[in-house]
Design a protein around this ligand. Structure first.
Ligand code: 2HG
Ligand code: ZN
Length: 465
């Protein structure tokens, strides 16, 4: 793909469109947009614009399409696959200015929001109305709901409530041509031709820029119970996961944490947690509902299922403060790993009952290549975040062994019926592994869709394929 550089004349046009105060060009201003949360990758854009209206996004895309300027849409920059990195420089369109909750429709249990709203801010506003928007990635306090749409984000509550796919009803999207469309309808059903709403979700900013999002809301459960179960081996912890569902329970969260992850949270955050000897892994299990008796009975069934897998100990959180502490431990695990060592994160997902085989295989691959890994994640979804640790490995070893090791981890994942990303997307860093999952015919279909939406290939080039 041949792209042009952004000339001074084009910068002037961008200022005319968005207002001079919303166009940034100095290295100091651009630095923040040169990276996301993906390892240590850095790519500087030439210009950043923060539009405030759909009309401005439309005019910017029309201009860039005419002059073949690459455009990287950007939310909060919390992504873990490099999807927001401007790898061809060009223009970054930051959606920070789109931070309004436009409407909460309590009659239909729907809301219309702009993509730059912080996920947790939105969750709190609907919670105050007794409603639940359950899509809560670990970075909910800083990520944008638009980025969640772009990446098809999940988080701990997917296991009961589903990913963001289950909540987005309709999207306002600006196409690379500058045309503005609504993708669907504000309805719970949609059997009216190809579902463009679902196509946009997870398209990582390669097909259009989302400017409004209509989501479904649900009544908020009033009660939760949270327990932390400890196990002597990873396989036992992972094996217990499927048993909980077989016992007739769908927990509202079912998270796995390896011991080393907990150790690093303690080191990073100084939390007060007594880590007992002989414990290899934990399951953090939440049950929600409105009837405490039903929740109590569910917890007893879960306990019985855990015992079959040699569960060593179960800690019941007995206050909301303790629940928050345990959740905090889980949510900051990614950051804690990052602060401890150079690392590379993979986002493997398999059918739930294959989790024991996945973790066993990952450890065997690590042993063969000589790297350590710290695994945690959404076990109830079969989704394991595999953090491969550089530790004292030399750069040469790390670069060579890492690539081969990741390839084997993904081959194992796919052979178990899984895929190479459950919720972090493909972006820049996973794209070379796409052929492990997809034959040429699937990749050709995806490229064809891209071509229809974006014939000049200006939108987030270098991602997914
Ligand atoms: C996690 O489970 C997340 O810790 C990290 O996948 C991603 O929320 C995030 O930014
Ligand atoms: Zn996750």
């Amino acid at each position: 793909m041949m792209f042009n550089k952004i000339t001074d004349a084009l910068v002037t046009r961008m200022r005319d469109i968005a207002g001079a105060g919303c166009v940034y060009t100095t290295p100091g201003e651009l630095e923040k947009y040169s990276h996301d949360e993906t390892e240590d990758l850095r790519y500087y854009p030439e210009v950043v614009v923060k539009p405030q209206t759909t009309a401005q996004v439309s005019q910017l895309l029309k201009l860039c399409n005419e002059y073949h300027i690459p455009v990287t849409p950007r939310g909060a920059g919390t992504g873990l696959s490099g999807g927001a990195l401007p790898v061809n420089a060009g223009l970054v369109i930051s959606m920070e200015g789109f931070n309004h909750i436009i409407a909460i429709d309590e009659r239909n249990l729907q809301a219309t929001v702009e993509p730059g709203v912080i996920t947790e801010v939105f969750m709190d506003v609907v919670a105050a109305k007794g409603l639940l928007y359950p899509v809560d990635p670990a970075s909910k306090g800083s990520c944008f709901i638009g980025g969640n749409v772009a990446n098809c984000s999940g988080g701990p509550r997917v296991v009961k409530y589903g990913t963001i796919r289950e909540y987005v009803l309709n999207l306002e999207v600006v196409l690379p041509s500058g045309e503005v469309i609504w993708t669907g309808a504000n309805t719970l059903k949609y059997a009216s031709g190809y579902n463009l709403t679902q196509l946009m979700i997870g398209s990582e900013g390669t097909l259009g820029i989302v400017t409004k999002i209509v989501v479904k809301l649900i009544p908020r459960p009033t009660q939760t119970a949270l327990m932390l179960a400890s196990f002597a081996t990873n396989e036992e912890a992972c094996g217990a996961v499927s048993a909980i569902f077989r016992a007739g329970i769908i927990p509202s969260a079912l998270e796995f944490m390896e011991r080393r992850g907990v150790e690093w949270v303690i080191a990073h955050d100084g939390i007060n947690f007594a880590l007992k000897d002989g414990i290899a892994a934990f399951l953090l299990i939440e049950v929600d509902g409105n009837n405490p008796d039903v929740i109590f009975a569910d917890c007893e069934k879960i306990n019985a299922a855990l015992e079959e897998f040699n569960c060593q100990d179960v800690l019941f959180a007995d206050s909301s403060a303790q629940k928050e502490e345990l959740w905090h431990m889980r949510r900051i695990m990614g950051l804690s790993v990052k602060s401890n060592s150079v690392y590379k994160e993979e986002d493997t997902v398999v059918p739930r009952a294959e989790l024991p085989a996945l973790i066993k295989g990952i450890k065997a691959i690590g042993a063969r290549f000589g790297f350590e890994s710290v695994c945690y994640g959404h076990a109830g979804d079969g989704n394991l975040h595999v953090n491969i640790i550089k530790a004292s490995m030399s750069d040469a070893d790390w670069n060579k062994k890492l690539k081969d090791g990741i390839k084997e981890i993904f081959e194992l994942t796919v052979s178990l019926g899984g895929t190479i990303s459950g919720e972090h997307g493909i972006g820049l860093v996973q794209k070379e592994f796409m052929p492990i999952k997809y034959p040429d015919v699937n990749l050709a279909l995806m490229r064809g869709i891209k071509q229809v939406f974006d014939p000049n290939g200006i939108l987030n080039p270098g991602k997914i394929f």
